[in-house]
Ligand binder design. Structure first.
Ligand code: FUL
Length: 685
């Protein structure tokens, strides 16, 4: 729903936009071009949710919770700078309505927080830190406000614009304002009960909101609303489509045929407006910091995938790093970012072109401009089709090709192929569609003396301003550690040629015969399993670690052996689907325990089904007498369908759990890929 609102607004905007008068291709404004060249920017999600362990607050949270004792915006900005990030967007106000600046228009802000005795202004400190480090500053202002009593009424729009004006005028230049499209409807809205407030599609009056931005911050990019400069990429997992146009149009067919997220993820070749995408994704499962996720940061290989599937697919990457309760970026997050930057610099450091290569091309005039390092000069192919053949003069090894279009002339390439010479014959490596601002292709290490790129089709003659070939150092991905309900452990490496070494004593494994993994093995009960993979040429992966506090052998789903098998197998590629929407599942843990939290993992397929949005949960000691059901929602699971936790109140004891889906994201039958229960047994502290 929340994003649908965004898309409906987007469509109304697109319909209002005329094809450029001269029939020329859509192209970026100066503000959009400057933004695109930033390539990688960061989100900072830090607010009252940091202290409630929530993703979406209800608006009734007390400002007294907000008290970061070591808050240091300079540390945030320094960390991002060292990771090569060019701009940072701070959640000045998220959906719960709590303001990180002492707004004149509400008491629900840092004014009434213990932090700096209510004299703090976090947006100011953030602004000063950005200025000190030469970092571009952006702000996130949630239109949805679960705290404000007038939300849903006309009066709220005045309040929203007053706050927008405060942010646009009091904190310096902004490179982007993010008007989030989420609206779950539920909130306290200044009352003493949780209830729903729906709004009409044209509630926010975006024309005036954007006019204010243009007037007060003319160089500021607008994300969201219906007069945006950039679009959402259509997911929060960090990937743009392999076909990715910066142009958008009203849906070619009723959006029911082309899901709107897919439209956002691919764009339209015949799009009538330049609306490049922003790929927003968090370094952790959630957008806010949760201590329970400290061990779930995205791995280096995953972050590299995200870079290549966003910046490397004509999108801009917006990577979220959430500071912890102290107000600091966690050391694990900093280390993760710096390792990512270091590896990327290694992978795209040594361009094999032009070197001593000889080039043959369909249009030799101006060819060298695509390799001169100046993105404002380009090779004009003069015809929609063409080719370039690169002769390295000797055998080389490559695994990356980088291409770019001179986008002030519009995005033109519709399809191209890459081939290499092998055994005296040309072999086609692969076929692609779009290039755009930047396209980076990854290959297995490939040896050849010649590479050929054939431009097969284009909207107009391609204007290529980047061409590079790299031999990136290959990293070895850490192995997956899986243990099924019976304690059978399987270690899996994404690289079938790598060897896996592991330990069960908590020590870091090293390559040795005694640590070598050969086949699945039994390791039930309390276990710490650490594993590494050793790839080609001896490269060692990061360490994978799984800590198992107890056995799950006695766990079962009463009356459903298939569910029993799937819920506890630690496999995200298998999902159990209920036969009907409302039937609860009852899990028997085999003993009376004190439950701390319950983790639900939805279907992990890219186009997932059965994602549970709202649930009811009860506990029992005898499977007859049940506690009053806990009702809750998995906030933001629609766009971020990762493992979500239900934190249980202290002293929640039982042997049986009854878990019932009340509502799913798509209204279909609920699906469960994994259920995990974190508990203490009677004897444990
Ligand atoms: C979504 C929000 O609901 C999330 O909480 C987060 O802020 C993400 C960036 O946008 O719409």
């Amino acid at each position: 729903m929340k994003r649908m609102l965004f898309c409906l607004c987007l469509v109304s905007y697109l319909v209002s936009f005329q094809t450029p008068a001269n029939g020329a291709l859509p192209s970026p404004s100066a503000r959009q071009l400057k933004w695109q060249k930033m390539e990688t920017i960061a989100f900072i999600h830090f607010s009252i949710n940091t202290y409630t362990d929530m993703e979406w607050g209800f608006g009734n949270e007390s400002p007294a919770l907000f008290n970061p004792d070591r808050l240091d915006c300079r540390q945030w900005v320094r960390t991002c700078k060292e990771a090569g990030i060019k701009g940072i967007i701070l959640t000045a106000k998220h959906h719960d309505g709590f303001c990180l600046w002492p707004s004149k228009y509400t008491e629900h802000s840092v004014k009434n927080a213990p932090w700096k005795s209510g004299k703090g202004d976090l947006v100011r400190e953030f602004s000063e830190a950005c200025k000190e480090y030469g970092m571009e500053m952006g702000l996130y202002l949630s239109p949805w406000d679960c705290n404000h009593p007038d939300y849903g009424k006309p009066e709220y729009i005045t309040y929203f614009r007053n706050q927008l004006r405060e942010l646009l005028t009091n904190y310096g230049d902004l490179f982007e304002i993010w008007f989030d499209g989420a609206n779950g409807g539920r909130g306290y809205y200044g009352t003493d009960s949780l209830h729903m407030r729906k709004i009409p599609a044209d509630y926010y009056g975006w024309a005036e909101n954007v006019r204010m931005v243009r007037e007060l911050q003319p160089d500021c990019i607008v994300h969201g609303g219906d007069l945006a400069d950039v679009r959402w990429v259509g997911n929060e997992e960090g990937y743009a489509g392999t076909t990715h146009w910066s142009m958008m149009s009203p849906p070619q067919k009723p959006s029911a045929e082309i899901p709107y997220k897919l439209q956002l993820n691919t764009g339209f070749a015949d799009g009538t407006v330049w609306l490049p995408s922003e790929t927003d994704v968090s370094v952790r499962p959630g957008w806010y910091y949760h201590a329970s996720e400290d061990h779930q940061l995205k791995s280096l290989p995953k972050l590299l995938d995200i870079y290549y599937e966003s910046v490397g697919r004509n999108s801009l990457l917006l990577l979220n790093i959430p500071p912890d309760k102290q107000g600091l970026i966690h050391p694990a997050d900093s280390a993760c970012l710096l390792a990512w930057k270091k590896q990327l610099d290694l992978e795209l450091a040594n361009d094999l072109l032009p070197g001593n290569c000889r080039f043959t091309s369909s249009q030799s005039e101006g060819f060298s401009r695509c390799m001169d390092g100046n993105e404002d000069s380009y090779w004009d192919l003069k015809t929609p089709k063409g080719f370039v053949e690169i002769n390295f003069g000797k055998e080389i090894c490559f695994n990356r090709i980088l291409l770019g279009e001179y986008i002030p002339g519009g995005q033109r390439v519709k399809s191209f192929t890459v081939s290499y010479l092998s055994g005296g014959k040309w072999k086609e490596l692969d076929r692609h569609t779009t290039i755009g601002y930047k396209r980076i292709l990854r290959y297995p290490e490939t040896k050849t003396s010649k590479i050929r790129i054939d431009f097969k089709d284009a909207l107009e003659n391609p204007l290529i301003n980047r061409l590079s070939v790299f031999h990136a150092p290959v990293i070895t991905e850490p192995p997956l550690v899986r243990r099924d309900r019976n304690g059978r452990v399987t270690l899996i490496s994404p690289d079938p040629h790598s060897k896996i070494y592991y330990t069960l004593n908590g020590e870091t494994p090293f390559p040795s015969e005694k640590n070598l993994y050969k086949t699945p093995f039994m390791a039930d009960g309390r276990q710490t399993i650490k594993a590494i993979a050793e790839g080609g040429r001896g490269r060692i992966s990061e360490v994978s670690e799984k800590i198992y506090p107890y056995s799950k052998k006695e766990w079962k789903v009463i009356g459903d052996t298939l569910a029993t098998d799937i819920f506890f197998d630690e496999r995200s590629d298998r999902t159990w689907r209920a036969s009907n929407r409302q039937e609860p599942v009852v899990i028997d843990l085999g003993q009376e325990v004190t439950i701390e939290k319950i983790d639900y993992t939805p279907d992990q397929f890219r186009y997932a089904h059965g994602i549970i949005l709202k649930y009811e949960l009860s506990l029992s000691s005898d499977n007859r007498h049940w506690t009053a059901p806990i009702q809750g929602e998995f906030s933001n699971i629609r766009n971020n369908p990762v493992t979500k936790s239900i934190q249980m109140p202290p002293g929640s004891t039982g042997r049986y759990l009854r878990f019932k889906s009340v509502e799913t994201v798509h209204g279909d039958a609920p699906g469960i890929a994994e259920m995990d229960v974190v508990y203490r047994t009677a004897g444990e502290p």
